[in-house]
Ligand binder design. Structure first.
Ligand code: MTE
Ligand code: MO
Length: 534
């Protein structure tokens, strides 16, 4: 360090006053341009920040204006590309560690890496401006590669990244040269650049989050009255404090997907194509879909990544048109056994054709709990297929159904280590009392949920410590496609106790006790909690 009094100010550079000679050695005078390292790192951060801000703004503007249908903003593209390359073990780790905050965690990680890279480039510029500029260009090239690798990418999509990188390069060059001429006169320029980058970047992310057509089309959506009454939920909700709500509100519903940026589709231009092994290809638009007889169904969605006792599960009232009807119009050819549904952002799910066409009423859903689908949950249209994990069935932002065969095509997660078929395993969870808490001795409600979608739940049993299995009281089961609540009254005695639950479906099959992790086809094993009774 120099004898600077402020970590960001190098008196030798700023005041021009004579300063004592700095000590030699590894911490001695900084590089050729005589600049303190924090300043150099800051220059790198500014250059990188400006590059990202410009690219994010231009990329957002291209999406917003409909010039691009790909992912022209490089941060979003890198995030998406990273997610698409996530192997099963890393997905399992990320979801068990961060849950539905997995995208925030990834964004934070990317931010840390970018900050280190940009600061490093600033430091490099002290030694060699050329190397630093090449470094910035290389980072830009990685961003551009990510952009062109995204689904629906067009040639113009690399423009934002290219222009952003150029802006960053120009800034670093200018700052470096100005400093060589006389030091710190750049602070004003730096402040302006920093503020400008922040403003520009902010507007860019606003664009990305899809103000405009998509939001307007959702707000303007008039849901038609469904045919038939809503299914009754009478008796399905037990009066037990702390139990999961039978129907989960939209904003409390778990969200899992590979979308680094939530797709915002304009319903008025949305189309669903039915292609592949069909006699008749079909294109369905929003107005036509809304003109069909829509039915309402309670269906519990479950994520295959849900751990035993986990919360990646929720029950909602879905309104939609049975996809069976659409497939009947397309007339699948003999031999086809899979429907590969594809979303606007390139995600795919491979669903058995029979699950789409049998009487379980797999839906092209347009509403969730009576509202147009939230963007996070697939607006304007998603699939909801009772009985299957989401990764093989519940495609959000769906834009294509390809009738095909398991021998020919694979859904998104299959080559990444997950099973091609994903029937939900019979499972159960203790909601109350809360695991690891202390409760009072005496009469206690032990309660939770159990699910075996499209088979149903016939029995739930609870075991306290190593005692006998006791049969719990079941709430009503409005449909076998949703979870079922259960409760057991327990005379809690002082001490530490474990509570274990297991469920049985109507065929008499008891939930599998053998523990297994989520990959490759869903977690199994009994949920056990521990409480202290005082
Ligand atoms: N387009 C798209 N649809 C998707 C996914 C996805 O990554 N992209 N993930 C699936 C998975 S793994 C699950 S568990 C459900 C979750 O639906 P939710 O977010 O509405 O709860 O969506 C499914 N549909
Ligand atoms: Mo999932």
């Amino acid at each position: 360090m120099t004898t600077s009094t402020s970590p960001l100010r190098d008196p030798a550079a700023s005041s021009g006053e004579p300063v004592p000679p700095a000590p030699a050695g590894p911490t001695g005078p900084s590089g050729a341009s005589g600049r303190a390292w924090p300043l150099a790192a800051l220059d790198g951060l500014l250059a990188g920040g400006l590059a990202i801000a410009v690219a994010t703004f231009l990329g957002g503007a291209m999406s917003f204006l409909g010039i691009s249908t790909g992912t022209p903003a490089p941060i979003a593209a890198i995030g998406g590309a990273f997610i698409d390359r996530t192997p099963a073990w890393l997905k399992t780790f990320a979801i068990s560690t961060f849950g539905t905050n997995d995208k925030t965690a990834l964004l934070t990680g990317m931010g840390v890496v970018l900050v280190l890279l940009c600061a490093g480039i600033g430091l490099l510029a002290r030694r060699s401006l050329t190397s630093a500029l090449v470094g910035l260009a290389l980072i830009g090239a990685i961003g551009a590669l990510a952009v062109v690798s995204r689904p629906n990418a067009g040639a113009l999509d690399i423009l934002p990244t290219a222009l952003g990188a150029l802006a960053g390069i120009k800034l670093l060059q200018t700052v470096d040269q100005a400093r060589d001429r006389g030091g710190d006169g750049l602070s004003r320029r730096r402040v302006i650049a920093g503020a400008g980058a922040l403003v520009v970047g902010f507007f860019g992310t606003r664009f990305d989050s899809g103000a405009g057509q998509a939001t307007a089309s959702r707000a303007a959506t008039q849901l038609p009255k469904p045919t038939g009454p809503a299914p009754s939920t009478a008796g399905a909700q037990l009066d037990v404090a702390g139990i999961s709500p039978y129907v989960v509100k939209n904003d409390a519903f778990y969200r899992i997907d590979t979308a680094f940026v939530v797709p915002h589709l304009d319903a008025t231009t949305w189309k669903l194509k039915v292609v592949g092994e069909v006699e008749q290809e079909i294109t369905l638009d929003w107005a036509t879909l809304l003109s069909k007889p829509l039915m309402q169904k309670l269906v519990t969605l479950t994520c295959v990544s849900n751990e035993v006792g986990g919360n990646l599960i929720g029950n909602a009232l879905w309104t939609g048109w049975p996809v069976r009807e659409l497939l009947a119009m397309a007339r699948p050819k003999a031999g086809a056994d899979m429907v590969l549904s594809r979303s606007s952002d390139g995600f795919t799910a491979g669903t058995p054709l029979t699950a789409m066409t049998d009487d379980r009423d797999a839906l092209l859903a347009v509403a969730m709990n009576g509202e147009p689908l939230p963007f996070e949950h697939g607006f304007p249209v998603r699939l909801v297929v009772p009985g299957l994990y989401g990764y093989v069935s519940a495609t959000k932002w769906v834009t294509e159904l390809k009738v095909t065969r398991f021998a020919v095509d694979q859904g998104y997660w299959t080559p990444r280590g997950w099973s091609a078929l994903g029937p939900v395993k019979t499972s159960s969870r203790v909601d109350v009392p809360t695991d690891g808490t202390q409760i009072k001795a005496g009469t206690t409600a032990v309660a939770g949920v159990a699910w075996a979608q499209h088979r149903g739940i016939d029995k739930v049993e609870v075991q306290i410590d190593n005692g006998a299995w006791q049969v719990a009281t079941l709430a009503a089961e409005p449909t076998i496609d949703s979870w079922r609540q259960w409760v057991l009254t327990w005379e809690a005695t002082t001490g530490s106790h474990t509570i274990t639950v297991r469920a049985t479906d109507p065929s008499g099959a008891v939930q599998i006790s053998d523990p297994a992790p989520p990959d490759p086809n869903g977690a199994q094993g009994y949920h056990t909690i521990t409480v202290r009774v005082a």
